[in-house]
Design a protein around this ligand. Sequence first.
Ligand SMILES: C[S@@+](CC[C@H](N)C(=O)[O-])C[C@H]1O[C@@H](n2cnc3c(N)ncnc32)[C@H](O)[C@@H]1O
Ligand SMILES: [Zn+2]
Length: 432
Amino acid sequence: MSILTPKALSPSPCLGKPRNPIPNPKFRSFKPHVTQFHCTCERQTERGIEFDTGESFFRHESATGRDLGVLAAALYRQSKGSLRVLDAMCGCGIRSCRYLLEAKADFVLANDANDEYRGIIVGNLKKVERGFGDTRRWVVSHFDANRVLTECYLQRDFFDLIDIDSFGSDSLFLRSAMSALRLNGLLYLTSTDGYSSGGHRPHCSLAAYGAYIRPMPCSNEIGLRMLIGGAVREASLLGYHVTPLFSYYSYHGPVFRVMLQVNRGKEHENRHYGFISYCSQCGNTRSFSWEELGQISCSCSSNKDCSPVTVSGPLWKGPLHNAAFIAEMLNLAEQWGWIGNSTGADLDKLLKRMLDESDPRLPVGYIKMDEMASRAKINSPSLKTMMSTLLKEGYAVSRSHIASNAIKTNCTMKECIRIAKEIQGAQNLDVK
Ligand SMILES: C[S@@+](CC[C@H](N)C(=O)[O-])C[C@H]1O[C@@H](n2cnc3c(N)ncnc32)[C@H](O)[C@@H]1O
Ligand SMILES: [Zn+2]
């Protein structure tokens, strides 16, 4: 909060006339430009809602991330009775529109630093009666996200859900977003930095999220854990703790999105904030606590010395989703007719996979079938056969929403290899 003094601030973005943000060299690179990912001047439809994208940054592929946000927002409204949303980087405003129409948000502040999008955003939001005074449903502003969040905090104008659909590994907004959030509110964060999660820019991940990330096979799960870990650190500083309601990875981008509930009170034990290791010798991924620092190794080596392992962290090593909340999202999606038909198949599959991944017996990471097959020097058995055999042998197993040809299991790589070889042996006998 020290960067802005009240004197330097303009009136609340909710009340004042929208103005251009203070020139920010970082933002300048986000001025609209046409790339292969952009849709320009197009009329679009999402979940039956028509809208224009104009020259704004819009990705049709992000619709699932918007679906998930709307479902969570609607559940929040149902349980609390009201919902105020701050859409800090709204682009053309479709997200804000959906929070109003589908989640029945009482109020949405749709903000995008780029004031050239104003006409498009207002045009799209006009579907919803704007209202006046206390019944006002929406406002559009054009501030830097940090500024709008900080001003809301200073004005004690708190929000139930803050959606930050940012680019890169932008953690600059974490503190101001948590400050502007109502207690027990929801924070929907984004990272699109696949280089950092892939371990190719450890100094960037360290600067952004306080986590030194190194290359590991389950790097896309690491990306989600890195983002949650950054929020855990920031929350702890402010005397809060966070609980992930869902974590969503999409390869378009890539995009890492996490919906966090932010509650009062520090998590003193740091039970779910620690380190993740990968042993390239045996292929096992494991998590370690702070108390185990200095003893991180893998005992797979036949030498009496343990094998060195690749370690990333600190990051979130706890559950990626809240199973009860995902079940409610699934239920609501069914009620709304979003699933249970061919167009809803993807969302259905995604939510069910998230539910399966929430099994508390499942450890961090996943085993890629290709890696297992190459270590075993055999052709990979089918995912279905491998999973049913693991279940028969008493292991916990699920598919991963992150990697299509991978399994999450509490079985070690060595045991998986044994099982895969046995499956192959049995199949060869059947052929003879
Ligand atoms: C990924 S796009 C948003 C897409 C939109 N949320 C959607 O669902 O279609 C990111 C947006 O953030 C805006 N932006 C970039 N930096 C910003 C900042 N510092 N403050 C506010 N908006 C910013 C860009 O103009 C861009 O429209
Ligand atoms: Zn090992």
